[in-house]
Design a binder for this molecule. Structure first.
Ligand SMILES: [Ca+2]
Ligand SMILES: [Ca+2]
Length: 367
């Protein structure tokens, strides 16, 4: 066999493989199907996660935080009356029936083992086929919205959409269009779009955002909640330490306000969320807080520059030959979060699990 000769300054096979892998990841991230892949992988990871680092659910959480606030109305044209999550504890974090939706809402230490409950509101927080799509309609172009050259990017007939009149300048807010009957959404039609949801004046352009494929909307946005729970319908995986739960991503269904739950990590003892805040709005974070309950929607948008997530879980099952070195674990930073006591919360055998804290820092891009 002829031996291949490589220039010393050329690429080695390993380098090429690494480059190709990176390219494949970039292509995957930019494709429409990426979220579907994540969802499917997330389900599988929830069932058999043994390698905690870089678990796929972390990608979903990062994506949702990055896009919190995307397509979210900042104001309403007229009085609005909408529904949101139907059952507690999710309903504790509603902005319905008439509040401007907050991109982030935190239930601080309200969950299992005093873990945090994180709510993210954004059109991209759902997992349906319409919520990543948008277009616009102009006064001159009506009744047909703009069609993209790539058909896969277009909203399809029957999709439920919201319509937003963009802000005039950085000092004003965008505005959700509501018709005379109080409807805050409409059904997409690519050739004859609703005149009630179309610009009324020359030069105006309204944004049209997909929210759901074909279900009537109970709220003019999508919402996903992250929380730790011990499942009621199926038992915990046998490998998990006592008093741990499963970390879920749950999307609020437009049909009934209940959850579509997706397990993303098993054997989770705690999750803490800490926000990096720019209180004087000069672009630089000066404080870290685990309580954003006093912030207005506008302040949440202007001040939250970082979201830090800390997840305490164990890798693999119980191992009697292994001894975890400390009975307390810091799940947080900057004096926020928790000091988790393994011996009192987990109980007997706590030291025979490989405890780890997963730490991510995400900068929201769409606030
Ligand atoms: Ca907390
Ligand atoms: Ca600042």
């Amino acid at each position: 066999m002829k031996k291949l000769k490589f220039n010393k300054k050329g690429f080695s096979l390993i380098e090429l493989l690494v480059a190709l892998t990176i390219l494949a990841v970039i292509v995957a991230i930019s494709s429409d199907t990426f979220r579907n892949v994540l969802q499917q992988a997330g389900r599988e990871m929830g069932i058999m996660s043994t390698q905690m680092d870089n678990f796929v659910g972390l990608g979903m959480l990062t994506y949702d935080i990055e896009h919190a606030g995307y397509g979210l109305p900042q104001g309403f044209r007229t009085t609005i009356n909408y529904n949101e999550a139907a059952t507690s504890p999710a309903s504790n974090y509603n902005d319905a029936p008439s509040g401007v939706p907050r991109p982030f809402v935190l239930g601080n230490n309200t969950g299992l083992n005093n873990s945090d409950y994180l709510v993210i509101k954004s059109l991209l927080a759902a997992t349906n086929n319409a919520c990543t799509k948008w277009t616009y309609i102009t006064f001159e172009g009506k009744p047909a919205p703009k069609q993209w050259a790539t058909s896969g990017q277009n909203l399809t007939s029957g999709n439920r959409v919201i319509v937003i009149k963009p802000a005039k300048d950085i000092y004003s807010s965008n505005e959700l269009i509501i018709d005379a009957d109080g409807n805050f959404y409409t059904t997409f039609n690519p050739t004859s779009f609703s005149s009630d949801f179309s610009p009324q004046n020359q030069g105006e352009r309204y944004m049209i955002y997909g929210v759901d494929t074909s279900t009537d909307l109970r709220m003019p946005f999508n919402r996903t909640d992250y929380y730790i729970k011990v499942p009621t319908t199926s038992s915990m995986p046998a490998m998990c330490a006592p008093n741990t739960g499963i970390l879920y991503k749950a999307v609020v269904n437009h049909s009934d306000g209940k959850f579509n739950e997706m397990p993303i990590l098993d054997c989770v003892a705690d999750m803490q969320v800490v926000f990096g805040l720019d209180n004087n709005e000069d672009g630089v974070v000066e404080t870290y807080s685990d309580d954003i309950s006093s912030l207005t929607t506008a302040q949440i948008r202007k001040r939250i520059k970082e979201v830090r997530i800390y997840i305490l879980a164990h890798d693999g099952g119980k191992d009697n030959s292994y001894t975890y070195p400390s009975n307390t674990v810091t799940v947080g930073e900057f004096g926020k979060g928790s000091t988790f006591n393994l011996s009192t919360t987990i109980g007997t055998g706590w030291q025979n699990y490989r405890w780890k804290v997963i730490n991510i820092v995400v900068k929201p891009k769409d606030l």
